[in-house]
Design a protein around this ligand. Sequence first.
Ligand SMILES: [Zn+2]
Length: 238
Amino acid sequence: MRLLRSIYCLFLLTYPLVLSGCVIKTYEPQISPAAYPRIYPLGSSENPIIDSNITLSQALRKFAPPEIKEKQGLVEVLYYSFDGKIHKGQIIIDKRLAEDIREVFMVALNDKFPINSVIPISHNRFFNNGNWNDDNQSMLANNTSGFNYRMVTAGKKLSNHAYGFAVDINPVQNPYIKKDVVLPKGAVYDIQAPGTLTPESSVVKTFKRLGWTWGGEWNSLKDYQHFEKVLTAPEALK
Ligand SMILES: [Zn+2]
C-alpha cells in the first residue's frame, strides 16, 4: 500500500512535466519559412493574367492548306496591358519569325508599351456564325494577332497574314485607313494615345531593325497596326 501511494505521488508530480515538456514540443513546426510557396500578385510577370492558353492545333482549327499550317508556330508572349498589369497571350506566326516576335514583345514589355490582348484568331472568343474567319471581331476587340488565312482587306489576293508573315498590333489605336475607309470602324489614329505606334515607337524601330515593313509607312494607304516580313514568295506556296 505504501508503495502504491509512492507511485501515485510520482505520477502526480511528473504528469504536468510530460504535458508541458515532451507532448507539446513534439508538435513544433518542422518546416522552415523558405519551404512555403511564394504568392505573387495576379498581373505580375511571375503570375500574369492569362488572355489565351490554347494548343497549337486549336489555334489552327480554321481552314488553311496543310502546307501553310505546318509552317506555323505558337509563341507565348508577356505584355503590359492597358490595365497596368502583365498579361500572357499567344501569337501564331511562321516558325522562322518566332524569335523576331519574342524580341519585339520583350522590348514592348520593358518600355511598358500597352498591348490590349494577344489571342489567336481561332480562339473560341472569335467564333461567330459557324466560323472563325472574321478579322473584324478581332479588330473590334482591339486584339493583336498574326496568322490568319484570309484575303487582303478589300481585295482578292491572300494577305501576308495567310502565310504567318504579318502581325497586327492594337487595331483600335492603329487603324487601317484608306480614303474614307477606317478599320475597325470608329477608330481614330491619335499619336498621343497610349498604345499608338509611331515612327518613334520602340516597337516600330525594333520591327524595322529586324527587317520587317510597317504599314504606317505605306503611301497608297495607311495600315498602322500592320507589320510584315515576307520570307518566301507567296506564289511558291500555292
Ligand atoms: Zn495586318
